[in-house]
Design a protein around this ligand. Structure first.
Ligand code: NAD
Length: 318
């Protein structure tokens, strides 16, 4: 069935790929973005654009919308430690105003971009949704607060809500690729080194208790992630707030990603070793079992494919 959806943050990395997928599925998609970190040149033919802040979503939403996919956020861990107030206002307060606007006109469902950062540094092999969330920075805390807001909103006012807790998102969909500034993510930074735009990449921590001493993360392809959003929109149930971890369940080390980048690009990737960063756990891997069982979601693309697609996007479109 064709429905009308508002996507917040659709000019950003993940939001653009989600919008692309929703348009491909035939939905009417409107985008609300303030372009604080998003890109003006994103090409998504068929989408209706609103330049504005999510705090002002009331100016865009009306009862014809079937749902909101809420990706817009500030998402830099370091900035959140230095300026937590930006995260309380920009993420928590602004999201509350978005939820208020939805309630006022009766928009029935929301799929929300939560994050693995809500879990902090759990000492488990695979993180399931019942691991108690203990965020270690204001970014993770702000996302957890919105998750809790959604739980209460669903119970009190009947919203159909789904939080998707993404692990490490990577890869590209054609030209739609990761272009954060500053870029804090491993794969795009390694590709910049491969292209010769940066002299070397730093490996933070080579003495972790892992198979090669470097940190292990769960990388998830942005196209697989977009698929989970479509499934979550379908599965969302009035009065309920569901939470799913989105990862592959497979951990990949920093050195393994570096090897994949060397292999895919055929380029030198000089590295240097640096101490561990505070708050970087040895291993963060999701259990995707709940999303598989309840959403029928099965990610298809491995870390090498993520590197390959991100490299192709850089080569062809930058
Ligand atoms: N990239 C990852 O690995 C990752 C992992 C976990 C969770 N997430 C979450 O996924 C979402 C998207 O991440 P991304 O990597 O695409 O980030 P991004 O910065 O590329 O995109 C965010 C978009 O939201 C817009 N935006 C921000 N604040 C806004 C506001 N107040 N009003 C309107 N628009 C606003 C920005 O302009 C941008 O277009 C975020 O909520 C992030 O916390 C990302």
């Amino acid at each position: 069935m064709r429905v009308k959806l508002l996507v917040t943050g659709g000019a950003g990395y993940i939001g653009a790929v989600v919008v692309q997928r929703l348009l491909q599925d035939g939905h009417c998609v409107e985008v609300l973005d303030n372009f604080s970190t998003g890109h003006e040149d994103v090409e998504l033919p068929g989408a209706v654009w609103h330049r504005g802040d999510i705090s002002d979503a009331g100016e865009v939403l009306d009862s014809s919308f079937n749902g909101v996919v809420h990706l817009a956020a500030k998402s830099l861990v370091g900035e959140s430690v230095e300026h937590p107030e930006r995260y309380w206002h920009g993420n928590i307060v602004a999201s509350l105003r978005l939820i208020d606007a939805m309630r006022e006109v009766g928009v029935p469902r929301m799929v929300f971009s939560s994050t693995a950062a809500v879990y902090g540094e759990p000492q488990v092999d695979k993180i399931t949704e019942d691991v108690p969330p203990t965020p270690t920075n204001p970014y993770g805390a702000s996302k957890l607060a919105i998750d809790q807001m959604l739980t209460a909103e669903a119970k009190a006012h009947g919203l159909a809500a789904v939080s998707l807790r993404y692990f490490n998102v990577a890869g590209a969909s054609g030209a739609l690729s990761e272009r954060h500034d500053p870029e804090t993510h491993l794969i795009p930074n390694l590709l910049r080194v491969a292209m010769g735009e940066r002299p070397e990449a730093k490996i933070f921590g080579t003495d972790y208790p892992t198979r090669d001493g470097t940190a292990i993360r769960d990388y998830i392809h942005v196209v697989d992630l977009a698929d989970a959003h479509v499934r979550a929109l379908h599965a969302a149930t009035g009065g309920e707030h569901a939470v799913y971890n989105l990862g592959t369940g497979i951990g990949t080390s920093v050195r393994e990603i570096i090897d994949a980048v060397r292999d895919v690009t055929g380029c030198e990737v000089p590295t240097s070793e640096a101490p561990r960063r505070a708050g970087d756990p040895a291993v963060l891997v999701a259990s995707g079992d709940l999303a598989a069982a309840e959403l029928g979601w099965h990610p298809q693309r491995n870390a090498r494919q993520m590197v390959k697609d991100a490299w192709n996007a850089l080569q062809q479109f930058s």
